[in-house]
Design a protein around this ligand. Structure first.
Ligand SMILES: CC(C)(COP(=O)(O)OP(=O)(O)OC[C@H]1O[C@@H](n2cnc3c(N)ncnc32)[C@H](O)[C@@H]1OP(=O)(O)O)[C@@H](O)C(=O)NCCC(=O)NCCS
Length: 336
């Protein structure tokens, strides 16, 4: 028994649980190869960390690397000739272990279409069921039909679509907004929060709950924004369109001079869609143009198609377009 504990099992080929001390470095290399063109700076940072720990892991020994990683990262790999050629990473999203995130789904090109990703996904779903999880969530690029089909065939369903659009620079000429917009004062109570909640579907809010502190402009936030503007550090403006007492749509702009780009945020109630997007974007761009010439980024709800069309008309281009999917995990999935 003690001899078994002291000797690690021989490496073998085929599907197997991710073992941080053995696979970390190879998984990092696989992800770097397969997603070479897609990683943003955060992704590249996470990968460098994985590669660094991967180099250390054999030296740290099993106990420490397991202590370090098992709580956070689990998953399944496929090994061929001692090399990791496929991977699915699994992470618990909440403390209760109810929701699990699948990421880094990758198979080396020469091994594709042999059922490797499907097997690893089923292994991951089985593990979630064994750990009594209730949901698995993942994100897939909107133009990645092959992976999207794979997830649909495993019982995942679309939940929401989130995109980032970018304009290379604030335009010099902006058509004047063709709707009556009012600048929103700080301390507008819950109007912006109410608008944000009304303009995202319940499913989208399930995946990414709206946090009230991101929308409510209390005294502290208003004072911070006033001070930022006074010292010339950043400038925030909010404009909206009202119908009686109801905020139908709003645009928020944030010009931060220490950043490489300006930021815009837009929301329109479903009942008012198709009427105000262009006016709101024009107003937002006018505010930003006053602050200077800089690229503009907008985090955009991909399900709001009228806004997508208006953004494209203003010259914005998609930088990233992700579909979030989910699948309920049932106890019987432990037998998958
Ligand atoms: C997506 C990916 C992981 C699939 O790996 P794989 O091992 O080839 O997938 P499987 O062989 O298990 O495919 C299972 C099913 O998924 C679908 N599928 C997978 N790749 C597909 C493709 N390129 N085109 C169309 N359908 C595809 C098919 O329905 C397939 O079943 P079939 O072969 O019987 O038609 C792999 O192509 C890859 O690493 N791509 C680059 C990284 C990536 O896009 N990852 C997903 C990020 S969300």
């Amino acid at each position: 028994m003690s001899a078994y504990l002291l000797t690690r099992p021989e490496p073998r080929d085929g599907p197997q649980p991710f073992d941080p001390s053995r696979h970390m470095r190879q998984v990092a290399n696989l992800v770097a190869t397969v997603f070479a063109d897609e990683l943003d700076s955060r992704g590249r940072g996470a990968l460098r960390e994985m590669q660094f720990v991967g180099r250390l892991s054999p030296m740290l020994g099993d106990a420490l690397s397991i202590a370090l990683f098992n709580e956070y990262i689990s998953g399944h790999v496929w090994v061929e000739g001692g090399q990791v050629i496929g991977n699915v990473t699994l992470q618990s999203v909440d403390q209760a272990g109810s929701r699990w995130r699948i990421s880094n789904v990758a198979v080396l090109p020469s091994y594709r279409r042999r059922g490797i990703a499907r097997t690893l996904m089923l292994d991951a779903l089985r593990e979630v069921a064994q750990r009594q999880g209730n949901w698995t969530v993942l994100q897939v690029r909107a133009d990645n039909d092959g992976a999207h089909d794979l997830y649909l065939s495993l019982g995942f369903a679309d939940v929401s679509r989130d995109a980032v659009y970018r304009l290379p620079a604030t335009p010099q000429r902006i058509p004047p907004p063709d709707a009556r917009l009012e600048q929103l004062r700080p301390l507008t109570g819950g109007d912006l929060l109410d608008l944000a909640r009304a303009s995202r579907t319940a499913l989208a809010q399930w995946a990414d709950p709206i946090r009230s502190q991101d929308y409510q402009i209390g005294l502290g936030k208003a004072a911070g924004e006033w001070f930022g503007r006074l010292v010339g550090f950043y400038r925030v403006e909010r404009w909206g369109i009202w119908d009686d007492r109801m905020l139908l749509g709003a645009v928020e702009t944030r010009a931060n001079w220490s950043s490489d780009y300006f930021v815009m945020r837009l929301a329109v109630r479903p009942s008012a869609r198709g009427r105000f997007e262009e006016a709101l974007i024009a107003r937002g761009l006018m505010s930003l143009a006053q602050a200077g010439a800089m690229p503009v980024m907008i985090e955009h709800d991909g399900e709001h198609v009228e806004a997508t069309e208006a953004l494209l008309r203003f010259g914005f281009k998609p930088q990233r377009d992700l579909i979030t999917m989910r699948r309920a995990v049932r106890p019987q999935d432990a037998q998958l």
